[in-house]
Design a protein around this ligand. Structure first.
Ligand SMILES: Cc1cc2nc3c(=O)[nH]c(=O)nc-3n(C[C@H](O)[C@H](O)[C@H](O)COP(=O)(O)O)c2cc1C
Length: 257
């Protein structure tokens, strides 16, 4: 039997057809004025359970209770844009641990993020006791390839690969694993918002992510399961720097056709 199944409670179903209209997999029909699931093979996205006004549709096999959305909670559009405008990559961190409740919120933001085909393929590795050890594996790898990179990049030549090249002494690092890279990156962005809302600063470490995907030793240390890759690495902590002005960006490049 499949781990999850969509079910319709025909006693509760009033045949309104909202689920039929909403289901992106076209997997519900109305039969004798009741919703009926056509095939077991479905995205399990739960759009039907979220729109059903009578709680007639459900998905089995999830341990979390469904909750209702509070219509009072709304994002303030200017505040959202300002958050995006003023966020900066943080590379200077205070020597302060991130409380567990905040870490839980950040990980929850990742867990809740939507995935292509509802794959739910994203998982997380929080680097704690092993952080320094694993960072040094990446440092050794980059030190080894640096002479070759220096030949072609003046910027690389100016940069020393020191002990803190990847994590900048941040208290916490989260490596996001996924089968589909886009899914992992979407989770990363939501996690960054959750972190920023708690006064934290974030750095996306593309360098460490690359090191993780190219080093058998790091893959093993991170216990990356078969079929998954590091999609992104978030370096997190309380900023020890204040940015007063936003990043400058090129003008909007958009075409309406
Ligand atoms: C996908 C991605 C990977 C990045 N990887 C690194 C990295 O490995 N090391 C680093 O110092 N900065 C990294 N950055 C930060 C960028 O350099 C930074 O976002 C850019 O210079 C703009 O600066 P800002 O984020 O402060 O606006 C990364 C950013 C992104 C979006």
């Amino acid at each position: 039997m499949k781990k999850h199944q969509v079910r319709i409670d025909t006693d509760k179903c009033v045949g309104c057809g909202i689920c039929v209209k909403t289901c992106p997999a076209h997997n519900i029909e109305l039969k004798n004025k009741k919703a009926k699931i056509i095939l077991d093979d479905c995205l399990m996205c739960g759009q039907c359970t979220a729109v059903c006004p009578k709680e007639a549709a459900s998905i089995s096999g999830y341990e979390h209770e469904d909750t209702y959305r509070n219509p009072e909670v709304r994002l303030d559009p200017p505040a959202v844009l300002d958050t995006i405008r003023f966020r900066r990559s943080i590379r200077q961190f205070r020597d302060k641990k991130i409380p567990k409740e905040i870490m839980d919120q950040i990980l929850e933001a990742g867990r809740l993020t939507h995935t292509a085909k509802n794959m739910q393929d994203v998982s997380f590795v929080v680097l704690d006791k092993e952080k320094d050890n694993i960072e040094q594996m990446a440092v050794r790898l980059f030190q080894k390839i640096k002479p070759a990179v220096d030949l072609i990049s003046p910027m690389a030549r100016r940069n020393k690969i020191d002990k803190h090249f990847f994590f900048f002494r941040a208290p916490t690092v989260i490596v996001i694993l996924a089968k589909n890279k886009t899914n992992g990156i979407l989770a990363a962005q939501n996690m960054e918002f959750a972190a920023e809302a708690n006064g934290l600063g974030v750095l996306y470490s593309g360098f460490f992510t690359t090191a993780a995907n190219h080093s058998f030793k790091i893959k093993k240390a991170l216990k990356i399961p078969r079929g998954k890759h590091a999609a992104m690495t978030l370096v997190l902590g309380y900023p020890d720097v204040k940015y007063l002005r936003p990043a400058q960006r090129e003008p909007l490049d958009v075409r309406y056709l």
